[in-house]
Design a binder for this molecule. Structure first.
Ligand code: CP
Ligand code: NVA
Length: 313
């Protein structure tokens, strides 16, 4: 391999995004930028490596970017959907982990609970990567801040307003945003705030990086002068029975033209996707030239290649 950027040594796993220091996140962004600019340098870097993808929930972006990412590095994947694995039902999670480690060099897991991903990692000697749980979506937030760095040049003090549900994506934006030294503002309806422990950890980290974490009383307060306005679905996978209650609770939290107009003049719109036009975001905003949702989606590929190079090398 003729790599310009030497692979980093981080933890065995990527379970939350909080296991990596601000400096390690910075180095990962540097590697992702090189992978994106010079994909040929990394072709074959993971030749002969196999990844098991365990997905208990549907996916477009995460599955395709991991499959294409490892293939372009010379490796291959084995996809296991919920009908095959039935984590903890057909077979215990420790047994699944102890089987997989004999055949493959890494596990990418999208599970209902964070505990399932943690249990895979505890019981397998190979790296485990969180591909979304009920609590975190670290690959998403790493790709998103990488996308913002490309757009604005620097993340130091960059103002990102997250409007909506204090969910997995919100948690990861808080923890990675704090590591990046960004200024993350959150506006959620009462009862849908992010977890207090995640907020505390992000605030502690932000003190170190001169970032800032703020909980705002309204969407308007959060977006004032922000350079990035981010939202996610009001009802995440696994919460389908709460749809009606959530639509009522989040009605005033739609990112539409009136709200977006209160952001900075060069502001961008962000969403992890899939999106529901007319609910959390208006069609006018997500389909406008200020929307960078497909840049975010593209960068999932480059960032996850950097993560794979780091953890599987
Ligand atoms: N943003 C994201 O993780 O998309 P998928 O659910 O399609 O993987
Ligand atoms: N919060 C959403 C993110 C999807 C990528 C969910 O968990 O369904």
């Amino acid at each position: 391999m003729n790599a310009a950027v030497a692979p980093l040594t981080l933890t065995k796993d990527l379970l939350t995004g909080m296991e990596w220091s601000p400096a390690q996140v910075r180095e990962l962004f540097h590697l992702a930028a090189d992978v994106k600019a010079h994909p040929d340098r990394y072709r074959g870097a993971l030749a002969g490596r196999f990844l098991a993808l365990i997905f208990e929930k549907p996916s477009l972006r995460t599955r395709v970017t991991f499959e294409v990412g490892i293939s372009s590095l010379g490796g291959a994947t084995v996809f296991l959907d919920h009908t095959e694995t039935k984590l903890g039902q057909r077979e215990s999670i420790p047994d699944v982990a102890k089987n997989l480690e004999r055949w493959v060099q890494g596990i990418v897991a999208r599970t209902f609970t964070q505990e399932s991903i943690d249990a895979l990692a505890e019981n397998a000697s190979i790296p485990v990567i969180n591909a979304l749980s009920d609590r975190y979506h670290p690959c998403q937030a790493l790709s998103d801040f990488f996308t913002l760095e490309e757009r604005f040049g620097s993340l130091r003090g960059l103002k990102l307003a997250y409007v909506g549900d204090g969910n997995n994506v919100c948690h990861s934006l808080l923890s990675i945003g704090a590591r990046a030294g960004a200024h993350v503002r959150i506006a959620t309806p009462t009862g849908y705030s992010p977890d207090a422990a995640v907020i505390s950890e992000a605030k502690r980290t932000a003190r170190e990086t001169r970032g800032k974490i703020e909980l705002c009383a309204s969407p308007e307060e959060a977006v004032a002068d922000a350079q990035a306005i981010y939202t996610d679905v009001w009802t995440s996978m696994g919460q389908e029975e709460e749809v009606a209650a959530r639509e009522a609770a989040f009605a005033a939290y739609q990112v539409n033209e009136a709200l977006f107009a209160q952001a900075a003049p060069d502001a961008v719109f962000m969403h992890c996707l899939p999106a529901h036009r007319g609910s959390e975001v208006s069609k006018e905003v997500i389909d406008s030239p200020r929307s960078i949702v497909f840049d975010q989606a593209e960068n999932r590929l480059h960032m996850q290649k950097a993560i794979l190079l780091t953890l599987l090398n």
